[in-house]
Write a protein that binds this ligand. Sequence first.
Ligand SMILES: Nc1nc2c(c(=O)[nH]1)N[C@H]1C(S)=C(S)[C@@H](COP(=O)(O)OP(=O)(O)OC[C@H]3O[C@@H](n4cnc5c(=O)[nH]c(N)nc54)[C@H](O)[C@@H]3O)O[C@H]1N2
Ligand SMILES: Nc1nc2c(c(=O)[nH]1)N[C@H]1C(S)=C(S)[C@@H](COP(=O)(O)OP(=O)(O)OC[C@H]3O[C@@H](n4cnc5c(=O)[nH]c(N)nc54)[C@H](O)[C@@H]3O)O[C@H]1N2
Ligand code: SF4
Ligand SMILES: [Mo]
Length: 756
Amino acid sequence: MAGKPPAGDPVQDAPEVAAPQHAAAGLPAIGHTLRMAQQQMGVKRTALTLLKVNQKDGFDCPGCAWPEPEHRHKAEFCENGAKAVAEEATLRRVTPDFFAAHPVSDLAHRSGYWLGQQGRLTQPMYLPEGADHYEAVTWERAFDIVAEELDALTSPDEAVFYTSGRTSNEAAFLYQLFAREFGTNNLPDCSNMCHESSGSALVETIGIGKGSVLLDDLYKADLIIVAGQNPGTNHPRMLTALEKAKAGGAKIITVNPLPEAGMERFKNPQTPHGMLKGTALTDLFLQIRLGGDQALFRLLNKLILDTEDAVDEDFVREHTHGYEEFAASAREADWDETLKATGLTRDKIDEALAMILASQRTIVCWAMGLTQHKHAVPTIREVVNFLLLRGNIGRPGAGVCPVRGHSNVQGDRTMGIFERPAPAFLDALEKEFGFAPPRHHGLDVVRAIRALRDGEAKVFFAMGGNFVAATPDTDVTEAAMRRARLTVHVSTKLNRSHAVTGARALILPTLGRTEKDLQGSGEQFVTVEDSMGMVHASRGRLQPASPHLLSEPAIVARLARRVLGDNSRTPWAEFEKDYATIRDRIAAVIPGFEDFNARVAAPGGFTLPHAPRDERRFPTATGKANFTAAPVEYPQLPAGRLLLQTLRSHDQYNTTIYGLDDRYRGIKNGRRVVLVNPEDAASLGVEDGTYVDLVSEWRDGVERRAPGFRVVHYPTAHGCAAAYYPETNVLIPLDSTADTSNTPVSKAVVVRLEPK
Ligand SMILES: Nc1nc2c(c(=O)[nH]1)N[C@H]1C(S)=C(S)[C@@H](COP(=O)(O)OP(=O)(O)OC[C@H]3O[C@@H](n4cnc5c(=O)[nH]c(N)nc54)[C@H](O)[C@@H]3O)O[C@H]1N2
Ligand SMILES: Nc1nc2c(c(=O)[nH]1)N[C@H]1C(S)=C(S)[C@@H](COP(=O)(O)OP(=O)(O)OC[C@H]3O[C@@H](n4cnc5c(=O)[nH]c(N)nc54)[C@H](O)[C@@H]3O)O[C@H]1N2
Ligand code: SF4
Ligand SMILES: [Mo]
């Protein structure tokens, strides 16, 4: 079946439900991986490709941002990495004939799953104003069209340049340079919807918006707290690291409204013991209510403060600021309120405290369960307070570990993909390239949608991603996108954003990670930065999906030449010809990349400096690590309503749907399910199997509805429900965002269930 896309839209959303599993990976994972990979790539290509994932001479897994260990196995990838590779290395193709057969009005009615299953994009395609069919165009004509619309703007700030997190360092650096030479800081990225809250909280408290631990620290820790994260599905090889940490004696506390199979037990497919029995990972499961984490950590902080000799006083004195104010505020933490906010019992919190006090080296890992709440930033600041209290930052085996999503989302930010760039970065850019970059802040994702909605932004350009599906308030966002003069997507695969367009639209097909990148000076490689600040090379091995593809750096370089013309003194043509020349400029502009080309040539690459981790130096405004004080917040739930979190199934990568199963949670052949605690379901009068509409209620009074979800009785925390994104994005109000970080509140939507 390889090479042939499915005929009609095969999405028969008919969920079948079995009991959730209690262990992740093992044999079924291997079978599943190979089956999916072979369907897309065929047997031979599957073998050739998968052996190059995450190898030192191969390409970086396009899955998540989890780092590679120093000593690599032959098969250094997980089930989801293999799916990500198969999705990209598929033999299926979307050609101009496909677009002739499928007008945009048809594509707009297809599911995201169906669109993705059609295969790789092969040629630049153009949708003229008023037309219903994309038609093939040359690259020259495509760049002319973008230039026409950019030239017609009254101000450069009427253009928006979005980035998703797979873009390489080289492409990201060129892209932000182009946007800033053009004259705007409108560089929203997927990070705005993802770990922005982590960045906001960490920059303020420890002076750098990145995690402070390396893989080796996980192995040395004696306590690891995993809060708001589902690594079994989203960072599968983190389970290998947790298993190794446990073998070294570490304890694990899991904080989650859902009992996630991966955190219960891990059956490591690379060891005989793993295949048979596996390792129980979680020692203590705190089944918290959605949004209860700040209250939990605040109470833990009070309890630590109340315990004799529990605070690392030397560390606090030497390295921190704001302790007194923080301690006064934390002492106000209240048991009753915490039990209400968290839904936990006193025993469980006491048990956690005992483990925390017994620990000499604690790490806290987190992901979207902490970042996508209204009070996400104070929540993460409270986690930092928690670690600072016992000196758990800047020594081996301890620290903060925000686990990033997209494989190069952290690197893209390092390269300057940020709507609020630091003045020092702009100074360096100005000095190196001899132009005056705009100094005023640009638009983030939510503000970009508002600007498009209000007619203030007119050109939308996306370097990867699937903006209309990934962002909140789908109806509002789609209407906003349709108001644009021009929408442009640099993409590997077809997605919904190609079907919901501005007056004119372009699809610019590009190389993926797995593919050879041949330029004027020969074969190129690119670089990426993982979640732990390790930078390394990635070399594609496959023939490109089509001879018409351009690499991302080449697209930016050619676009920049066409748009900026003689106004730019930047050697764009040279950059396109030889990416090493881009890396030389990165080395000149970005601290930590000195001698970039030489250092990235080393197998495995190099680690970026991190002052708190390396020297216990905190480059904050106060020059110290900052304790912070904040009142406790948690979502309030009206009677008869549920708090809905929108999360990922095992068979998806964000808006890319690989399949319709969520194996560990016992769901098959369907995505329109809502997981509800059986007691809540009983009190709401909905049985397992009932079909309901999810209706979100927010202070703006607008009724947002996602129709036709099957209720699944599931052991989630009381009052909390879960359903998959992106189908539920229609429920999330555009203005419902986290304080400070402006990240959409995707993990706490008040909903009512309306039976059909
Ligand atoms: N296979 C696969 N891998 C991926 C992705 C993918 O879609 N598929 N996406 C990538 C990306 S971009 C990202 S950002 C990461 C996302 O990785 P995760 O953050 O693991 O992704 P989610 O599915 O959003 O899961 C959130 C987890 O947090 C829990 N949670 C939700 N709300 C709360 C809360 O209030 N408190 C606590 N303590 N827990 C809570 C949920 O029950 C769930 O276990 O994964 C990356 N890796
Ligand atoms: N409700 C809700 N919404 C969420 C979230 C949630 O938990 N709940 N999570 C948020 C998070 S954490 C994130 S990161 C965002 C994700 O938002 P995005 O990053 O915008 O979305 P993706 O689905 O990852 O993008 C997939 C598309 O990227 C393109 N692509 C894949 N590989 C490449 C490549 O190498 N180059 C280029 N140019 N294109 C490529 C393909 O065309 C594919 O269709 O969604 C956010 N939205
Ligand atoms: S853990 Fe992430 S980076 Fe590693 S192989 Fe799996 S998907 Fe790829
Ligand atoms: Mo993400």
